[in-house]
Design a protein around this ligand. Structure first.
Ligand SMILES: [Zn+2]
Length: 307
């Protein structure tokens, strides 16, 4: 799937590609799960393009039903190219860049970006780590440049903290949180880390007592002594994730409002989790992630803080 593929320019080809991706063995009714009584209604005429009908439950659907693409009027080839660009851009792609690159309005590009980020959100929900595994935990601060002429405020007042967890050789999970961090960091670990995990952190007091939560070892890196990696005890991996988020924000996202920060974190974590596969496979993983998220694509800031 390189960028000259007709799925990026021809809506019919894009629909075929999305159907093969979602239903490799042929269409499955999204209402009742039936496979052998699903019929294709002729394109054109009185039907919407791509309409399928199930004679088992008498329901109709298309490949976008029950996905983040549902009810969108954006041509499917533009969805596919937007997925491809967002899945392959190492430092993210801004809505402005997408607007110029694929020829849609800025508003449409913004909408595409946010729905695709929702596709990228890891909905598996399972904890990171486990017995014999190492998870590095750290915090990073995003946003909040003081405006010209205003008194400088402290980092605490202007920036949103993000609690970041990265499994060594595994997945990443980042959650925007609020002050004070002391309880929040431990609650985040309790919610996201499997029992028995070996935790590596710096000496932030928010991590004191973490071993009691996970039931596994807790090793700390003493940055102030210039000690960065002792016997495999380090937080270099999580610091690399933090750097990716920072570069994405500087290079592509620009102004990140706190209520959208969790989406940018999801996007950076998605590319991180799929860093060992090629662009095509990563694009397909993003598209598949859009299934079943139709109603949840617009999370409120309150939900993000809980998630
Ligand atoms: Zn059905």
């Amino acid at each position: 799937m390189n960028l000259t593929d007709p799925i990026f320019t021809d809506e019919r080809k894009a629909r075929e590609f999305l159907e093969e991706t979602r239903w490799p063995k042929g269409p499955v009714c999204v209402h009742c799960g039936c496979v052998d009584k699903v019929y294709r209604l002729a394109d054109g005429g009185k039907h919407r393009d791509g309409l399928l009908h199930c004679n088992n439950c008498d329901g109709s659907f298309t490949v976008t039903t029950g996905t983040v693409m549902e009810s969108s009027h954006i041509p499917l080839n533009k969805w596919v190219i937007a997925y491809r660009l967002m899945a392959s851009a190492k430092k993210g792609i801004s809505a402005h860049q997408l607007h110029r690159t694929i020829g849609v309005s800025y508003k449409t590009a913004w909408f595409l970006c946010h729905r695709i980020r929702e596709s990228m959100r890891d909905a598996s929900g399972g904890p990171l780590g486990g017995s014999g595994k190492i998870v590095e935990a750290d915090e990073t601060y995003v946003g909040g440049k003081p405006r010209k002429g205003r008194p400088r405020m402290s980092r605490m007042d202007t920036k949103t903290p993000v609690a970041v967890l990265v499994e060594r050789n595994g997945r990443a999970r980042a959650t925007p949180v609020s002050h004070p961090l002391a309880g929040v960091l431990k609650r985040n670990i309790a919610a996201n880390i499997a029992p028995g995990t070996e935790m590596h952190t710096d000496e932030h007091k928010g991590y004191r007592g973490v071993a009691k939560i996970t039931g596994g070892p807790h090793r700390t890196v003493k940055h102030y002594q210039g000690e960065y990696a002792r016997d495999g005890v380090h937080i270099n991996t999580v610091e690399a994730w933090n750097a990716l988020l920072k570069r994405s924000i500087v290079g592509a996202f620009h102004h990140v409002s706190p209520e959208h920060l969790s989406r940018y974190c999801d996007e950076v974590s998605f590319r991180w989790d799929h860093r060992h596969v090629g662009d095509s496979e990563r694009t397909i993983a993003a598209i598949k992630g859009g299934e079943g998220k139709r109603l949840t694509y617009r999370r409120t800031s309150a939900q993000s803080a809980r998630a």
